[in-house]
Write a protein that binds this ligand. Structure first.
Ligand SMILES: [Zn+2]
Length: 440
């Protein structure tokens, strides 16, 4: 039986050596041809020999880190659209963060703090439009550099190179950022990708990303590994398409589980923010979901016994206010866990490792979340007699008057009927701007 999109082996195995990617062209005896871009993890003796747990610190938790992200998935939309995957995650005792709040707009404002501990503005300017004044993103203190120093093999990859986190608005990388880098594959196969929606010939594109991570674990079975892939093609602009990945993703999770890979791995399934462009964003629900992305962690079964305090704090933090800065501190703790600082004192710093308890009273201000992005932001009614109301009204009237002198004409996009009836006879031209005190 042939399964479309499933690979099956019939001949000898070809080992990739000089690259993770190859272009394969086959001609059968009857002249039938097949070609495609294929992906694997090359065997690189130098990387293999350098990777070793002995380079990790005394305080290392000795965990591989495996992160799989889907762009633009709120926690609730993950549950709605990926029910099989969510069930599998829950069966693995995943800790799902329910108070994880974004700290800025879009993918970079989620991934930069998470991977560097800083905001984009605090780091050297890498904006493409700054031309030669912009630096490459290589200057960022990415956490995978620390993992590399601690003896880990590193992997990073995104699909949709045209909207890449570090290439769309930013200048991108000058050198390959990690030992294995999937983004170049998606860039190289762009022209081929345009021919079929979501597939590369017989292969669904999301499976390329999933298989790459499987190869990573197969080629480096015992070496320390840090891998992060981020998939955007289905969910970035669409609310429902991501459901196409549910079966494959749940099988992918089970593959790691059944092979025993999760016994020494911290598995993180996450997103950067909720949907920003689908119609749902025009609703109050959509606004909240944009601010509350999916973020989950699966620890090996032994973890709670070996690190009872850290695990207990982590479990409590599932419903506390958390941010990408906290994820960075958590990833740093995996490399070097500072047990002493877990004595219960909480500093109001913006990065709080999830291995240390976050107080339930933490506010958005404590967590470096601007009011605009804070899911807790609550609107309050002000009395028309309040001093502020008067001042705001005066300011607004001045603003509007200035505007109406400088702008030739405006469009009212709602039906305003007789709202301006009191000035019809005197100031006809102002009817679009007026709301009469007496409404008949
Ligand atoms: Zn995004």
């Amino acid at each position: 039986m042939t399964w479309v999109g499933r690979s099956h082996q019939q001949g000898p195995v070809y080992h990739l050596e000089s690259s993770d990617f190859a272009h394969v062209h086959c001609v059968a005896e009857d002249g039938t041809e097949w070609d495609n871009h294929v992906v694997g993890i090359r065997t690189d003796q130098e990387i293999k020999e350098k990777a070793d747990w002995s380079k990790s610190s005394e305080a290392s938790m000795k965990l591989n880190v495996l992160i799989f992200g889907f762009d633009s998935m709120s926690r609730l939309n993950f549950i709605r659209q990926l029910p099989k995957s969510y069930t599998v995650l829950k069966s693995m005792n995943a800790i799902v963060l329910e108070g994880y709040n974004i700290v800025g707009d879009g993918t970079p404002q989620a991934l930069i703090p998470m991977l560097t501990g800083f905001t984009e503005l605090e780091l050297p300017d890498t904006r493409r439009r700054m031309g030669s004044r912009a630096q490459y993103c290589d200057v960022y203190p990415f956490i995978w550099k620390d993992y590399q120093t601690h003896g880990y093999v590193t992997l990073y990859g995104e699909d949709t190179p045209e909207f890449g986190t570090y290439t769309y608005r930013l200048k991108g990388f000058q050198d390959q950022p990690t030992h294995h880098w999937l983004s170049t594959f998606f860039r190289d196969s762009m022209s081929e990708q345009k021919k079929d929606k979501f597939c590369l010939k017989n292969m669904p594109r999301h499976r390329i990303m999933m298989d790459y991570m499987k190869h990573f674990y197969t080629v480096y079975p015992s070496q320390p590994k840090f891998g992060f892939v981020f998939h955007a093609e289905y969910s970035h602009n669409d609310f429902n398409l991501i459901a196409l990945a549910d079966s494959d993703f749940s099988e992918w999770l089970e593959w790691f589980h059944l092979r025993g890979h999760l016994n020494d791995t911290l598995l993180i399934v996450m997103s950067d923010h909720g949907n920003r462009f689908a119609n749902v964003r025009n609703t109050q629900q959509g606004k909240l979901e944009e601010r509350l992305p999916f973020f989950s962690f699966v620890f090996p079964p032994w973890f709670a016994t070996k690190y009872p305090e850290a695990h207990s704090a982590f479990t409590k933090n599932a419903d506390r206010l958390a941010t990408p800065f906290d994820i960075h501190a958590t990833l740093a703790d995996v490399l070097s866990y500072d047990n002493a600082s877990n004595a219960g004192h909480y500093k109001k710093s913006r990065s709080n490792s999830l291995f240390k308890e976050i107080p339930p009273t933490r506010t958005c201000q404590d967590a470096f979340i601007e009011p605009h992005w804070c899911a807790c932001l609550d609107w309050e009614m002000l009395s028309p007699k309040h001093e502020f109301t008067r001042r705001i009204a005066d300011y607004f009237v001045t603003f509007l008057n200035d505007l109406s002198f400088s702008v030739g004409d405006i469009s009212r996009i709602n039906e305003y009927g007789k709202q301006a009836s009191c000035i019809y006879d005197t100031f006809q031209d102002l009817r679009k701007f007026c709301y009469c005190k007496q409404q008949s």
